[in-house]
Design a protein around this ligand. Sequence first.
Ligand code: AMP
Ligand code: GLY
Length: 443
Amino acid sequence: MRILVLGGGAREHAICWKLKQRDRLYEQPIETKIFCAPGNAGIAQVAEIVELIPTDVKAVVGFAMRERIDLVVVGPEGPLAAGVADALDKERIPVFGPRRTAALLESSKAFAKEFMQRHEIPTARYAVFSFEEQIECRAFLRHVNYPAVIKADGLAAGKGVVICETEAEGTHALDEIFTHRIFGEAGARVVIEEYMEGEEASVFAVTDGIDYGLLATAQDHKRILDGDRGKNTGGMGAYAPAPIVTEAILEQVRREIIEPTLKGLRDEGRMYRGVLYCGLMIGEGRARVVEFNVRFGDPEAEVVLPLIDGDAAELFLACAEGRLAETLPIKQFPASAVTVVMASQGYPESYQTGEAISGLEAFTPNREIEEGIVVFHGATKLDERGRFLTSGGRVLAVTAVGFRDDLRETIAQAYNAVSEISFNGAYYRSDIGKKALKAMAAA
Ligand code: AMP
Ligand code: GLY
């Protein structure tokens, strides 16, 4: 099979790695050829790097046709919002990722809220205002309950959300979005919503638009500092499965969130073949939707994908070709996984790049098999002597897959691996997974 993966972070490294593992699964030797655009130096160990911009839809389709690609797997949301799945579909190239009209679930928060309201999917109450409706919007802010949440409608790289404690903070946020246009076009409309109390977790459904299967549940750590303090980031670590998502909650999520969402998409003619990421707030024994993403999370992918017991390429292809029922149920390893992100000092604000990374040589395929340790690269490049250098904010996602369902042990495994790696200014959180231990102790 020839597969093209779009994207270039640790999530895409995990996707390529998982796809490549199918070569070990069959008795007759098979060879899976993986291409990744734009990839990074770590991904180059498992895939051939292609110099393509993933949002350049024409170039992606051209490459896929020339190289007789059997499956395209889309990592980030940008290419989906740009219509890459629509264009590939037109050429009958199987693609794991939804069409543009379905990707709106992530690319427009106003669309997502209206969709959830139409299909009675539990979420926070909300109102939408455009730039032209500023007077009404400011009046609305006078009467809402605080804290309130203000969100830019469009894609803002995870930064478009402001939690406001007072009306003054709300008005300030609005000035920033509408007058100073800090989110640009993404802030042409805002969603104002009720603040939900609880704990966040994510559920991932892979689907061909009709049938679906669940992957492991996960919990991200979005804040930069231990104890969930400090600035929001893309995610500083994750673990799976998340004990806060109990069987009862998962059942509610299937019935009240995933099934009505897939049915709603179908009824509205929005073709969805890919993974639906349900970001949930869990409180008072039930889950409500915080956000939908139309792709895997980063760093959630790094813990969810290693737990799939089987051929992920066949699973994604079955979704892309509308025959998922053939591969259900999806088997999972009865294990836990933990990933710790090693970031550049200063992230999520400004930071240095080009720092030499030491210790990576020790992570051989043997250790992967014997110890369940794998280091996914988020932002690395090679220097002329073949050493890995840092090239971005989230540099590495150091991942441990426990052989037993013992999260405490898996956390220790991941941090042991982290301690073997160093670069100037390396920063990581030291409490990834602790929340789960607390939840389990309380249960
Ligand atoms: P979003 O980009 O919509 O996922 O929002 C980013 C983060 O803001 C979420 O992961 C939550 O931590 C927080 N957040 C967003 N909406 C709400 C809400 N209605 N209530 C509480 N927290 C929220
Ligand atoms: N880690 C959160 C996200 O990928 O959206």
